[in-house]
Design a protein around this ligand. Structure first.
Ligand code: SF4
Length: 73
């Protein structure tokens, strides 16, 4: 279910160092691609309602995970 106020999750792949903390912290939202870089799982760009989303963003050592709060259209 996609809430109208769902956040928007993205990863700055030019900043990501492949530490994997995002995927470890919130495996329901993040994964790692074949190069080991963090990636948002397909369809989970809204965070999937995961309570671990912000935890994962904090866990990233290079702050490559961005969570834009929803609320706008
Ligand atoms: S935690 Fe940060 S550096 Fe590590 S894979 Fe995820 S986005 Fe990349």
């Amino acid at each position: 279910m996609v809430s109208p106020v769902a956040p928007r999750v993205s990863i700055a792949t030019d900043v990501c160092i492949g530490a994997g903390q995002c995927a470890l912290t919130a495996p329901g939202v993040f994964t790692q691609d074949e190069d080991g870089l963090g990636a948002v799982l397909p369809g989970r760009e809204d965070g999937g309602g995961s309570p671990l989303l912000r935890e994962a963003a904090r866990a990233c050592p290079v702050s490559a995970v961005t969570v834009e709060e929803g609320g706008g259209a």
